[in-house]
Design a protein around this ligand. Structure first.
Ligand SMILES: N[C@@H](CCC(=O)N[C@@H](CS)C(=O)NCC(=O)O)C(=O)O
Length: 209
């Protein structure tokens, strides 16, 4: 299968979960990482269905929207439940939740005034994120296993792990790096995925992280 995955050169969940799923399954793909200027050109040429990244090209057909791409990559990589519709729906649920949490940042990302931006982030750090991270923490505990769904690694684990790395990476103004600490199951999950040897090696090689 001819696959070309296009996203910026950073390990955000929107593409990184799919990149890692394909890599773990040893499925070759073209890993395209455009600069901002190249991204603007892509928008001008009309090749992005929603003027956004990531996109995945499969045999010449374009798929957009991170969750659709992750679901597709999860399926072909064996990281999406194939014979249990409830487990599959749980994976979808978690990826939609990652999207919803990410969207909480949209207005503060766009805010140019630093004081207003920090006020928006304060609300995220003190109210919205603790609430949503508690929800995720509780969903993890439901399974009483190490993974979110079906007691094995799925694409949802990779998505939530990258989301949590972003939230606790100390790179978001106004969001403390300790944001995960209260959420014990989620933090344990994050450390567990982070220490899977192939994932560790990938993060070290690609991003020196
Ligand atoms: N709903 C889209 C959102 C994608 C998105 O927000 N992509 C960002 C990068 S993380 C982007 O393309 N930003 C550039 C822009 O919107 O101009 C998805 O799920 O993929």
């Amino acid at each position: 299968m001819n696959l070309k995955l296009t996203y910026f050169n950073f390990p955000f969940w929107r593409a990184e979960a799919s990149r890692i799923a394909l890599q773990l399954a040893e499925i070759p793909f073209e890993d395209v990482r455009p600069t901002r200027e190249e991204f603007i050109k892509m928008k001008q040429t009309g090749e992005l269905p929603y003027d956004q990244l990531p996109i995945l090209e499969v045999e010449g057909k374009i798929i957009a929207q991170s969750v659709s791409i992750a679901r597709f990559c999860g399926k072909i990589s064996g990281l999406y439940p194939s014979n249990d519709d409830v487990d599959a729906a749980r994976v979808d649920e978690l990826m939609e939740t990652a999207n919803q949490i990410t969207e909480l940042f949209r207005s503060s990302m766009r805010e140019k005034d630093q004081t207003k931006k920090l006020a928006l982030r304060k609300n995220l750090a003190e109210s919205e994120l603790p609430k949503w991270l508690s929800f995720l923490n509780a969903r993890l505990s439901v399974e009483s296993g190490d993974f979110f769904v079906a007691e094995r690694l799925t694409i949802a684990d990779l998505v939530i792990w990258r989301l949590c790395s972003w939230l606790s990476g100390g790179i978001l103004d106004g969001i403390p790096a300790a944001i995960l600490n209260e959420h014990r199951a989620l933090k344990r999950h994050h450390e567990m995925i982070d220490s899977i040897p192939q994932i560790r090696e990938h993060m070290k090689t690609k991003y020196n992280q």
